[in-house]
Design a protein around this ligand. Structure first.
Ligand SMILES: [Zn+2]
Length: 316
């Protein structure tokens, strides 16, 4: 059995063809900036998917799609996704089924990534763990007793919208002070830009002229070079992220919290301060119980999750 995995993100998307053990034959990354809108982005993702299916020569038995929530897994439809506002009401499963003729299954991208970790990654064999993606937004996937926890309306795990500062920055969800407004890649870049005029000596001013502009990565790189302003922005973001993880640890008592997504590629610059905050702020017995670690699958964990969604869908 072969499956197509589709990981749809607010900035990048990835498609991959894999077998039933999760081994990827080939994959392709596509830039899918939100400004292009859903039609153009979906066209580019479909084109890339068709290309890799043709390249591998495999017949596809099922398709798994991971996308930010909220969404309706049963109908395969997106509902007011915070990071993809113009995609509201789009039925992704129908689009992919029409093109490939194979059954398609949709799931929240972070829940999918947690399923990917459970099936093929560091969550293998663990009963209780959490996957946190820190990229354009912040999403969470929860595994309880070896199974994804979806909640009453199947949209559980919105860890990015837990409240960190009561009257903090406005969030796309309509509230304020959510973790996502303080520690996502988008937030780190926004906060850095807001104070840049008052910090003319910061090397972050140079990043404005780079091809991608000032990003969260620019902040982590400048912080590593001991730029005082960048270090303050990065430290604050990691403190807030640590508080978010400490809340998750206190509520769920997981054995492992895997942190993935573009911001997690900063490595120890993220894992060291976040672990320190969890150790200081979560309850001791629970903090002592948890390991906080990167995904072994790096950038591919999203699409590995989509592959796990396809395989689970086939099992009914
Ligand atoms: Zn929010």
């Amino acid at each position: 059995m072969n499956v197509l995995g589709v990981d749809i993100g607010g900035s990048n998307s990835v498609v991959a063809v894999a077998d039933q053990s999760g081994s990827i034959f080939t994959h392709k990354q596509i830039l899918t900036p939100n400004v292009l809108g859903p039609n153009l982005n979906i066209d580019m993702i479909l084109t890339a998917a068709c290309q890799i299916i043709q390249e591998t020569g495999k017949s596809i038995d099922a398709i798994g799609i991971g996308c930010g929530g909220p969404l309706d897994r049963r109908t395969g439809t997106l509902h007011k996704v915070a990071n993809l506002p113009s995609w509201d009401g789009i039925c992704l499963t129908e689009i992919f089924e029409d093109i490939t003729g194979a059954p398609a299954f949709l799931d929240n991208d972070a829940t999918a990534a947690a399923m990917g970790e459970a099936a093929f990654g560091s969550g293998k064999g663990l009963a209780n763990f959490v996957y946190l993606t820190v990229s354009t937004g912040i999403g969470g996937g929860i595994i309880i007793n070896g199974k994804p926890y979806r909640g009453h309306g199947e949209n559980a795990g919105e860890i990015g919208h837990t409240k960190i500062i009561p009257d903090g920055p406005p969030c796309k969800c309509g509230d304020r002070g959510c973790l996502e407004t303080l520690a996502s890649g988008t937030a780190i870049a926004r906060i850095a830009k807001e104070g840049l005029a008052d910090n003319p000596d910061s090397i972050l001013n140079d990043a404005l002229n780079e091809r991608d502009g000032l990003t969260a990565r620019s902040v982590s790189v400048a912080a590593k070079k001991r730029d005082i302003y960048a270090n303050k922005i990065w430290s604050d973001a990691m403190y807030h992220l640590g508080l978010g993880v400490a809340n998750v640890v206190n509520i769920l008592n997981p054995e492992l919290v895997v942190i993935g997504g573009g911001v997690a590629s900063a490595g120890e610059m993220l894992f060291k301060p976040v672990t320190e905050v969890v150790n200081q702020r979560a309850m001791k017995a629970l903090a002592d119980d948890v390991k906080i670690a990167p995904s072994h699958h790096g950038d591919l964990i999203g699409v590995m999750g989509a592959i796990a969604v396809a395989l689970e869908g086939m099992q009914g």
